[in-house]
Design a protein. Sequence first.
Length: 154
Amino acid sequence: MLYNFGEESSVSTDEFYMKQALKEAQIAFDADEVPVGAVVVCRNRVIARAHNLTERLNDVTAHAEMQVITAAASFLGGKYLDECVLYVTLEPCVMCSGALQWAQVGKIVFGAFDPKRGFSRMIPSPLHPKTEYVGGVLENECGQLIKDFFKKKR
């Protein structure tokens, strides 16, 4: 097993941690950032949480995933997240999936699919060969927050 949960990940576990990521996405929404939130879990413990900061930092690379990778690596004292699970409200883009490949994250669980910029449209996959991934966890809730944000912008 790549991630050390002590037991297999379940739908209820995935939903629990995705709700944590949704809390981060709401913080981004309230700050007028694209509402994407992420948490990294290691051994049943949230070790890092983040949300998009691209507007605040004026940095196109300040995606939630990039922020949470840095925080998790700092917490663990190493660059590899092979025993960790990333929960993120939106399917990672190609830039973020490349960073996740380098971090060798054990598993990715995402909420809403991103048909325009998500990594799953890439063949071959940009993820590390050992990385597992699951999409569509709390997809409606995650997707609705993004839709509401862009509706507000128009």
